[in-house]
Design a protein around this ligand. Sequence first.
Ligand code: 13P
Length: 256
Amino acid sequence: MRRPLIAGNWKMHFTVPEGLEYALHLRHVLEPFADREDIVVLPPSLMLWEIANVLRGCPIEVGAQNASWEDQGPFTGEISPKMLAGWCHYLLIGHSERRQLFNETDEMLNRKLQAAFRNNLKVILAIGETLEEHDLGRTQEVITRQLSAALYGIEARRAADLTIAYEPVWAIGTGRAATPEYANEAMSSIRGLLQQKLGPLAGEIRILYGGSVTPANAATLMQKPEIDGALVGGASLKQADFTEIVRAAAEAVRSA
Ligand code: 13P
């Protein structure tokens, strides 16, 4: 079994003081699980630096929810991967909210991936089909397009720095998670595509499930062989819920 990764995507929630206080609590309760899994929080960029400092010396890592494909320049409102380099561990790229609400294209995401790796950030690349695509039976086609475009020109040696988050858009924030069987099957085809693109090193890439993960479904999801962890939205904002999901991953390791 690959070492699990649980990432909490806070999206656009919490004020700076609230985020700092929450990070301090998480540090306390989650540290005991960090020997069996990787735990990452993705706060809004405004509080990222402060939270990285709060978590310094503790095994919980931080990630950014978004960054530019450029290292610097006249890009009002953007933050760059170069600004994150050296202290921020992960960058989330390709979340469906970025694709849909901010019109990020596959080509832009490929440039972001290149920029992240150029600055030695680890990447969580999110992919997944919309409800319409799902209902039309186009899931495989969408996943193939998103992965192929994002990974274009990426060298196989980068595999160790790459994590994929399979997030069916219809499951995000709806309370309607994919069944473990459905997610496992989609992720197994993602694994096949990664092997085609990156060769044997693709075996190191973790594939997370995201979309309405809760304490109630986390354990059964993580029992599936292809599910290496979770990208958690709403439930990552509540300490008790996020802790239970982190605990479920630790127990999946123990029972493997
Ligand atoms: P929810 O867990 O709220 O469905 O959000 C999932 C998500 O978008 C994580 O990136």
